[in-house]
Design a protein around this ligand. Structure first.
Ligand code: NAG
Ligand code: NAG
Ligand code: NAG
Length: 232
């Protein structure tokens, strides 16, 4: 009886607690899908999402690791530097081990905030981006925070072997707005993925149309954080 309990305990520890497995921290692909649908990043960013892998987001702030998972609230200071992206469940998905990946991170405004958004962006256009095109309906668009290919696995950690096409830019939600959704998606890198950095504005970006354009299809993993404006 005691022995059986110990076995059961060991099994539970292996499945739920073993740090190498990462599940307790980052959850499963199904949980990521449900959470992204709950906050409407699906379909706001991608019409469909059927993740095969878990995407880990870990920021390092003054020597402390901060996990960003399924809507964790983080501050602009926490997220100022590029996080480490990982695939914590790769041990169960060995077929992806030697693949090359693309990471894309976009910011979306809160849905309910769309009308004010247009107003504040006009006010702040010069600060955000002097080259922003003249008025379009931005309530549906995305801000490009990172696009990079050449990510290969080193253990569970994704390391990029080529320069980013759009370098990491930390979230900077405008004062007075509620926390914004910042979604990160992982793709299998297609053949002939571009190597020329973006020269276009980070505003009015559309990750799904970019994915279509470079033929990388739907994401294989995704995760998101929430970031509100810095206290003023
Ligand atoms: C990191 O440490 C420095 C120095 O102590 C401090 O000024 C800064 O606010 C810290 N950063 C964060 C995000 O806490
Ligand atoms: C912008 O687009 C959103 C969603 O497509 C729509 O609800 C809103 O009315 C549009 N705003 C303007 C000013 O056209
Ligand atoms: C983004 O691109 C996709 C695919 O081209 C398109 O269906 C969608 O309407 C676009 N979204 C916005 C906000 O323009």
């Amino acid at each position: 009886m005691l022995q059986a309990s110990l076995y059961l305990y060991a099994l539970i520890c292996t499945i739920f607690v073993h740090p190498a497995l990462g599940f307790p921290v980052f959850g499963t692909p199904a949980q990521a899908k449900a959470a992204l649908i709950r906050v409407k990043l699906i379909p706001d960013v991608f019409p469909k999402f059927d993740p095969r892998l878990t995407l880990g987001i870990t920021y390092h702030v003054n020597g402390t690791a901060l996990k960003g998972n399924l809507g964790t609230n983080l501050t602009p200071a926490d997220t100022a530097n590029r996080p480490v992206w990982s695939i914590p469940d790769i041990d169960f998905k060995r077929e992806f081990e030697r693949k090359t990946f693309v990471v894309g991170m976009v910011g979306k405004w809160p849905r309910c905030f769309a009308p004010i958004r247009i107003y504040s962006l006009t006010l702040h256009t010069n600060y955000l981006d002097p080259d922003a095109p003249s008025p379009t309906n931005r309530s549906a668009s995305q801000v490009r925070h990172f696009i990079g290919g050449g990510f290969k696995l080193e253990g569970t950690v994704l390391r990029n072997t080529t320069p980013a096409l759009s370098d990491y830019l930390g979230p900077g939600p405008l004062p007075g707005s509620p926390p914004h959704r910042y979604a990160t998606f992982l793709f299998l890198q297609p053949k002939d993925f571009p190597t020329t950095p973006f020269t276009t504005s980070i505003l009015n970006f559309n990750l799904s149309s970019f994915a279509e354009q470079v033929k990388m299809g739907l994401p294989v993993a995704g995760n998101f954080i929430m970031v509100g404006p810095a206290p003023s």
